[in-house]
Design a protein around this ligand. Structure first.
Ligand code: GLA
Length: 385
């Protein structure tokens, strides 16, 4: 219900700033809240195939993820074969029929995503889109692709960093001409302050950092490093601290809870990066907790930020559309620690009611502050009203 108003405001702001208002209004419709889905890279890397993608779609459609909002099934690097005599890109032998795969994914009520690079080669040294942007955009539209991740990689060999916005805009224009609505994901690891221009070249999301790995240090370095970028995100255009590692096995349950909580407070795109066909109930529970996912998908579309830090104890907050705030009490220390929220830090004076979002229970009313015992590398995520 709030969206038309937000779209109108965004358009006005964009026109005043000299950015195409239509462009932002269109982006807004495609990614009014951060995109959710799955991506093949973190778990399968170059072992991705038609069968792997179908299995992911089957899992999402049947295990509750679709109902939770996970819609995009995204093929990352390594799907490409060679170009034919007309220059049209062909998938490799692991993808016998891309159109049929898209039809299959669409038949489940899901959307399919693809990956390329503006350079001659992708990061895994497969064929990139350099010199074939228009053709590739047409091919993706013909297959029915709904999402493109466009990864800088070898573009560094053919373009100067200052050309980046124009290079990304070129593909955006080609995608628009191709005519199939497509979420546009910029991936250039946060170079050239992409958050300042990503939306103006049609990006719905842009990576802010280098690649995540499935370990606590990498996840923390990226996630807790996002503070300050919140002013660049909003409906239609999001900071992307990279895909989820939840369920890939190298972090503890508390560390994955920290990962998911932080990404939701950051209004980050939620792209599961694990093998959905072999996931534990615990992993599924982390990915689909409705109250936590709702924080990420809140229609106000505000990215949260750090409100206090005492050594390894960090408190982050995100305002929601209903006037409440979600607060993450994070313990990056090596033992159990009490972590406190001072209500004044989120502009609340006096008393407030608190709900524990992972525990899914009301904790009651508190005066001036709230303190929780938080396990090592863990989090307590609360909603404060
Ligand atoms: C880069 C990207 C990753 C992934 C790989 C694929 O490293 O940042 O997310 O797409 O390329 O080669």
């Amino acid at each position: 219900m709030r969206l038309p108003w937000i779209a109108k405001t965004l358009t006005t702001v964009a026109v005043l700033c000299g950015v195409s208002g239509t462009l932002l209004a269109q982006s807004m419709q495609l990614a009014a809240t951060p995109p959710m889905g799955w991506n093949s890279w973190n778990h399968f890397a170059c072992k991705v195939s038609d069968a792997v993608v179908r299995a992911a779609a089957d899992a999402i459609a049947s295990n509750g993820m679709k109902q939770a909002g996970y819609i995009y099934v995204n093929i990352d690097d390594c799907w490409q074969g060679k170009r034919n005599e007309k220059g049209i890109i062909q998938p490799n032998e692991r993808f016998p029929d891309m159109k049929a795969l898209a039809d299959y994914v669409h038949s489940k009520g899901l959307k399919l995503g693809i990956y390329s690079s503006p350079g001659p080669l992708t990061c895994a040294k497969y064929e990139g889109s350099y010199g074939h942007e228009e053709q590739d955009a047409q091919t993706y539209a013909g297959w029915g692709m709904d999402y493109l991740k466009y990864d800088w990689c070898s573009a560094a060999k053919v373009y100067k960093p200052s050309e980046m916005p124009a290079v990304y805009k070129k593909m955006y224009d080609a995608l628009k001409r191709a005519g199939h609505p497509i979420v546009y994901s910029l991936c250039q690891y946060g170079m050239e302050q992409v958050w300042e221009w990503g939306a103006s070249v049609g990006g719905n999301l842009w990576r802010t950092t280098d690649d995540i790995s499935d370990n606590y240090e990498s996840m923390c370095f990226i996630g807790f490093g996002q503070n300050g970028l919140q002013k660049f995100a909003g409906p239609g255009h999001w900071n992307d601290p990279d895909m989820l590692e939840v369920g890939n096995g190298k972090m503890t349950k508390d560390e994955y809870l920290t990962h998911m909580s932080l990404w939701c407070i950051l209004a980050a795109p939620l792209l599961a990066g694990n093998d959905l066909s072999k996931m534990t109930q615990a992993t599924l529970g982390i990915l689909t907790n409705p109250e936590v996912v709702a924080v990420d998908q809140d229609p106000k579309g505000v990215e949260g930020h750090r409100i206090s830090q005492v050594g390894p104890l960090e408190v982050w907050a995100k305002p929601l559309a209903d006037g409440s705030q979600v607060v993450g009490l994070f313990n990056r220390g090596e033992s159990m620690n009490p972590v406190s929220l001072d209500f004044r830090d989120i502009g609340v004076s006096g008393s407030a009611t608190i709900r524990d979002l992972w525990g899914r229970k009301d904790l009651g009313s508190f005066q001036d502050h709230f303190t929780a015992s938080v396990p090592k590398h863990g989090v307590v995520m609360i909603k404060v009203k």
